[in-house]
Design a protein around this ligand. Structure first.
Ligand code: PAF
Length: 281
């Protein structure tokens, strides 16, 4: 396993892999790896011949008041987690390598899918994500790139960008990996104090409730019910909770048989997101 921090070294090794006819897989991450990332790496290993994992805490996707500086960074721990998986390259560039002074380009996916949900609460976030992912695609030239469904809106935006900009990359989205109480695995779970960690279970409980009760309720009624349910937990504060069309992320109507329930909830100071696609059978 090679750990590379520079772009010429990465380009060289990718070129050699491509020349050898190998199918390249990319798992882009911001480090603080957990079982969710491990599941992406395992799938990539099965489906590709040459596997790149990137670890880069991308400053462009954090707002000025967000947790860029506090975001957990532990390269040694991350490398220990990656090591058993047969990864070929770990790419860990410094911010100045990805965004040298004078960098002035921006990749933005316009329209509803970027403006809805997290797009409202985190202006500029998805442009930051799209810009760094476009760069990673150009550098690693993957045939397949792997993302988690916890970041549902992110994978939708990346799929759109990939089509719009003709990246020859297949985007694979894999299911959210959860803790025993259903809490979606996230690097930010590490911020939670014990009582907050317990309270955070309310998010998945709400999604399960939506799955159970959606058949009897309109999206509007369901949304109201879920908001009350979550707000019953004193440590939880809703940023947004929406039932939307899974493709367009526009508000679900009574005619929708299949909806995405998406939530962002502050538990203490930690903002957690989760989602579930549910259907009326
Ligand atoms: O999902 C993440 O960890 C990040 O948004 C990504 C895709 C690695 C881009 O920085």
């Amino acid at each position: 396993m090679k750990v590379l921090a520079g772009t010429p070294e990465l380009r060289e090794i990718i070129l050699a892999a491509k020349r050898g006819g190998l199918k390249v897989g990319l798992v882009p991450t911001m480090g603080a790896l957990h079982e969710g990332h491990a599941s992406l790496i395992r799938a990539a290993k099965i489906n590709c011949d040459f596997l790149v994992v990137s670890i880069f805490v991308n400053p462009k996707q954090f707002g000025p008041a967000e947790d860029y500086n506090a975001y957990p960074r532990d390269l040694k721990k991350d490398l220990d987690l990656i090591l058993p998986h047969g990864v070929d390259v770990v790419f860990t560039p410094e911010p100045a390598v990805m965004f040298p002074s004078g960098f002035s380009s921006n990749v933005e996916v316009d329209g509803g899918i970027s403006e809805a949900l997290c797009g409202k609460s985190r202006p500029g976030h998805f442009a930051g994500v799209a810009t760094v992912v476009a760069k990673l695609f150009n550098l690693a030239q993957p045939d397949i790139a792997f993302f988690g469904a916890k970041d549902y809106q992110q994978q939708l935006i990346i799929k759109k960008m990939t089509v719009d900009l003709n990246f020859p990359v297949e985007i694979v989205t894999l299911p959210t990996i959860r803790e025993q109480d259903g809490l979606a695995m996230s690097s930010r779970n590490a911020y939670l104090r014990p009582e907050e960690r317990r309270a955070a279970g309310v998010i998945f409980k709400a999604l399960q409730l939506a799955r159970e009760e959606f058949k009897e309720k309109s999206p509007w009624e369901m949304k109201r019910r879920l908001k009350v349910f979550i707000e019953n937990e004193p440590l939880a504060k809703i940023d947004y909770l929406e039932l939307v069309d899974p493709e367009t992320l526009t508000e679900a109507t009574d005619g929708h048989k299949k909806v995405l329930v998406a939530a962002a909830v502050f538990v203490g100071k930690t903002r957690l997101i989760d989602n579930m696609v549910i259907e009326k059978k």
